[in-house]
Design a protein around this ligand. Structure first.
Ligand SMILES: [Zn+2]
Ligand SMILES: [Zn+2]
Length: 119
């Protein structure tokens, strides 16, 4: 009897997860919908970090005009924002990325908007 109850609870949890997932994916913008998407960018040429609209990276730096603005990362050690310079569009390239200031390879992509200069 006890086992049956456990199984029932497990199935209920699974069903709950399914509902949550479909809700989560349902709130995402549909493909083809225009979305103003700002993301943290950092320039490999001048070192500026700011929130900018970016499609394919690297993109044109808003500060110096060079085509060297990449996705910005924040160093967990010294909080420096530095560009994720990568040749291919794959996140596997994150391996070996190091902070340009302290050289540590511990970083986060979570950068709050007040850490970025306004465009
Ligand atoms: Zn720049
Ligand atoms: Zn650092």
């Amino acid at each position: 009897m006890g086992e049956k109850v456990k199984l029932g609870v497990g199935l209920l949890l699974l069903a709950g997860c399914g509902v949550w997932l479909s809700f989560y994916y349902g709130t995402k913008p549909k493909p083809g919908e225009p979305v103003a998407h700002l993301q943290p960018l950092a320039c490999a040429a001048c070192g500026a970090a700011y929130a900018g609209e970016a499609g394919a990276l690297p993109t044109k730096c808003q500060k110096c005009g060079k085509n060297e603005a990449y996705r910005a990362l924040k160093c967990r050690n010294c909080n420096t924002l530095f560009p994720l310079v990568r040749a291919e569009g794959s996140f596997a390239d994150k391996a070996g990325v190091k902070c340009t200031k302290c050289g540590k390879s511990s970083f986060t992509t979570e950068i709050s908007s007040d850490e970025l200069q306004k465009p």
